[in-house]
Ligand binder design. Structure first.
Ligand SMILES: [Ca+2]
Ligand SMILES: [Ca+2]
Length: 214
């Protein structure tokens, strides 16, 4: 039985190798394809193999108006013929945590030093303008979808604060240099930066920055 199983496995590997050869050969165009791990039932030479390797719970399950499509690869019935959806589950080691504040962390004096990415759902951050020279404070956040960004100073002790909003190309898309210190911007998905700074009165002054976005 072991010998027959090995023979079947070798036959299967040979078939897969042949598929790869066709995919890479001249004169053929394959926009996409899958090499599945043996889901379902395979048989030959009196041997039957049932299995699903690498694609657990593949297929569609539906009920009550809800459809769940499982597996790493699935055919989307609503998509154009010949297209599919590929899911790539990831395991990330030492994934950078988001910035929850509530206080700024210096140095945050330019784009690379920006505090962030801000944690989704955390809106208020306390910062300070300290010292005898200008202190620039940068905060970075990411829109997963397009929507309205609001950046505002809800409290400030400095007599002349300034706020600005930059897109991911670090180009200014909003500015407010006077009360009510609020910027409203309809942005595409992507990374943005909020900047709080002063043009005078560089003493120890606290402020509360509020950033909201989809
Ligand atoms: Ca600061
Ligand atoms: Ca700073």
């Amino acid at each position: 039985m072991k010998t027959r199983s090995m023979a079947f496995t070798l036959t299967l590997l040979a078939a897969l190798a042949a598929t790869s050869a066709l995919a890479s050969g001249g004169g053929y165009t394959l926009d996409w394809f899958t090499v599945d791990g043996g889901g379902g039932t395979s048989s030959g030479g009196g041997i039957v193999v049932e299995g699903a390797i690498g694609q657990p719970e593949a297929g569609e399950m539906s009920g009550g108006g809800i459809t769940v499509v499982g597996g790493f690869y699935s055919e989307d019935d609503s998509a154009p013929a010949g297209t599919g959806i590929l899911f790539l589950p990831l395991v990330l080691k030492n994934y950078p945590p988001c910035f929850a504040g509530p206080n700024e962390v210096e140095p945050n004096d330019d784009f690379p030093q920006a505090n962030g990415p801000l944690c989704v759902g955390v809106t208020d951050f306390t910062g300070y303008h300290n010292g005898a020279t200008e202190d620039k404070d940068y905060f970075q956040f990411t829109l997963a979808t397009a929507g309205t960004i609001t950046v505002q100073l809800v409290t400030y002790a400095n007599t002349d604060p300034q706020i600005a909003l930059y897109n991911q190309s670090q180009v200014s898309v909003g500015f407010s240099g006077g009360p009510p210190y609020s910027i409203v911007y309809n942005g595409a998905a992507g990374t943005y930066y909020a900047r709080v700074y002063t043009t005078a009165n560089y003493g120890a002054n606290a402020y509360t920055l509020r950033v909201t976005y989809p």
